[in-house]
Design a protein around this ligand. Structure first.
Ligand code: SER
Length: 322
């Protein structure tokens, strides 16, 4: 049977790359992009797009029926920093969107769901280094609380209703195609843009704040590998730990200086420092490795090289969306 995939949140940092990757695999017309605002030029011109607010449950249901959707990737969310500024919207959007989509699967309209969780499910009482899959989880941000609650709902729907939902606890994601919005790990993307454009960057985290991160190419591959694995291999239905690389602002700036020797970083922490301090420094993802064969490809060196090459090209062509 032909899979028909709906990506909710196709204009965001992950959606921008995931839609294109999935269209290559499943065919352009079998991957429907959707967002409240238009997506990238590449997405809008390579296949179907539906304008949708995921809070509109009726519209979501009608789009699912119209396209005979079999799988949904639910990427729409308010990230950590933005959700702290708007608690009601952060909680409402992150939770209601998930419950709408889980119910579509519960009532047999779709067959498979991907929903991203995050390192934000951990909190200040969680062991910081090589944080295990099963550990103390007391998140203290709206975003983290919503992601942990969502994980519990995923597992509940799997156990009670056999809903095939799959999830990854993404670390901070770094890519050159789409721009992040409202996250605490966003500095690691902004730093590349500012380094290439202005040779300087003022970081909103302290220089020694080490956080788990991952290059977008690895994150997209992990997502697709998880979704294409046989159901029986997916032993964890809440969400899998996923480890990439861990570094501090100081370490990434040293790496950037290898390509842009005049680059200068300064530090002025803001409210996001407290969020970062509550999160792990590194993650243990042995369950993902064991269950469905996950393996990272990009380390800090390889990622920095690829980011600088692609972003420099993009700025030369002047096609970066600011
Ligand atoms: N990258 C996200 C954020 O910073 C964490 O999942 O909010």
């Amino acid at each position: 049977m032909q899979e028909k995939i709906l990506i909710i949140g196709s204009s965001g940092q992950i959606g921008t790359e995931l839609v294109i990757a999935l269209r290559k695999i499943y065919g352009e017309n079998n991957v429907i992009a959707s967002d409240i605002k238009p997506s990238s030029y590449e997405i809008m011109n390579s296949g179907p797009f539906e304008k949708m607010d995921v809070m509109d449950e009726k519209l979501l249901g009608s789009i699912v029926k119209k396209h005979n959707i079999t799988q949904i990737y639910l990427l729409a969310a308010l990230l950590s920093a933005t959700a702290e500024k708007n608690i009601e919207l952060g909680w409402g959007l992150n939770m209601r969107s998930l419950s709408h989509v889980l119910d579509l699967a519960r009532y047999g309209l779709i067959k498979k769901i991907f929903w991203p969780s995050s390192i934000a499910v951990f909190g200040p009482t969680t062991p910081k280094n090589k944080t295990p899959q099963y550990t103390v989880m007391e998140p203290n941000t709206v975003y983290g609380i919503s992601k942990l609650a969502g994980e519990r709902w995923n597992e509940y729907y799997w156990n009670q209703f056999n809903v095939d939902v799959r999830s990854l606890r993404y670390p901070g994601l770094i890519g050159w195609k789409g721009k992040p919005g409202g996250g605490t790990t966003d500095y690691a993307v902004e730093i590349f843009h500012q380094a290439i454009k202005n040779n300087k960057y003022q970081c909103f985290l302290k220089k020694c704040t080490c956080l788990p991160m991952m290059y977008m190419k690895d994150a997209i591959r992990a997502t697709i590998e998880l979704m294409e694995s046989e159901s029986k291999k997916i032993k964890i239905r809440s969400s899998y730990n996923l480890a990439g690389i861990s570094f501090s602002p100081e370490e990434i700036s040293e790496e950037i200086k290898k390509y842009l020797p005049a680059f200068n970083i300064s530090y002025k922490e803001d409210f996001r420092q407290k969020i970062a301090d509550s999160w792990p420094s590194s993650i243990d993802d042995n369950h993902a490795q064991k269950d469905w064969g996950w393996k990272i490809e990009y380390d800090l060196q390889k990622m920095t090289k690829d980011m600088i090459k692609n972003l420099t090209n993009k700025y030369q062509k002047k096609t970066v969306n600011e």
